[in-house]
Design a protein around this ligand. Sequence first.
Ligand code: NAD
Length: 351
Amino acid sequence: MTNPKILVTGGAGFIGSHACVALIAAGYRPVVLDTLVNSDARSLRRVSRITGVEPPLVRCDVRDAAALDCAFAEHDIAAVLHLAGLKAVGHSVSDPIGYYDVNVAGSLALVRAMERAGVRTLIFSSSATVYGDTPRSPIRESAPYAAVNPYGRTKVMVERMLADLARADARWGIACLRFFNPIGAHESGLLGEHPHGPPDNLVPYISQVAVGERAHVVVHGNDYETPDGTGVRDYVHVMDVAEGHVAALRHAADRGGMLAVNLGTGCGASVLEVISAFERASGRHIALRVGPRRPGDAPAYWADVQHARDRLGWCARRSLDQMCADSWRWQLANPHGFDEREPALAARAVI
Ligand SMILES: NC(=O)c1ccc[n+]([C@@H]2O[C@H](COP(=O)([O-])OP(=O)(O)OC[C@H]3O[C@@H](n4cnc5c(N)ncnc54)[C@H](O)[C@@H]3O)[C@@H](O)[C@H]2O)c1
């Protein structure tokens, strides 16, 4: 099939919009399905500024069976990237049913609609949270499920459901991508993460301090058993994650069964290292205050990336400095997200 159409649920969001750029660059035609509950349709216009192609938007809920059937009937979909979901760990603790509904019931509704449409290639956005507080890094995919919050448990439930499905019906080709900590932005400065409300993640928070929108970054604990005492995570560039989807799509389209694979760099960086890298990228001082540890935060974890190399032929290519430089370019050009007048394309932009 030439230029196959790929349904991207959650495709207007942070990772989904970058995945659209990577799909178009690889010769696919993304069709986005999104409620826009945590995103902005103007992200798709930015995708077209970068690639010359604006993915069509089907504005509907992934739990809506009738709307899903219409989307599959209208577009000749070859495969699905499933990124639609809720992702705030803290919110999942206060509203677990809301999370199980969107993340688990949404995935079930999608799989049923795919079955009705005869589309059986699926790439699912899972998360390193499925490993919970696994003590030893690098973390391999064979580490047991040990999610410690409702968000992580929704990802475990969907992975288990998809594994059972792949075992029951060999026509399904499924990849569960366990993202570590996706950060950064497209290097054009046109596409990036614009959190609705206070950021949950470190780098959007640092960016807002750098532009003076917030006074300081709170470092949650500096007495961990890590080289500088602050928490260590595996930060991975969002465009590397986007390209990982393309690699997974090629893999799953060719073979049946289910593959679970880590998308990380294989290296950890501490909170203080990320702040220093951001200071280098922005040339600005980032004020910080040290607060207490947050309950449930692991001291350090990073991915074992051998499986991704061996099975998908994928590895992360972009450095922490590039992640920070790209985040900063996005933040400077779009201090209020997609509300801005369309910024100029950065000179280095290529897809
Ligand atoms: N960003 C991370 O750090 C991270 C890490 C691990 C896993 N993930 C997973 O990757 C996926 C994408 O994350 P993101 O960072 O791009 O988040 P995001 O919030 O930017 O994107 C999610 C998209 O899903 C849409 N959506 C939410 N509920 C929906 C529904 N019921 N029907 C249709 N659309 C709906 C939102 O509007 C949004 O556009 C999520 O499943 C998330 O759990 C993200």
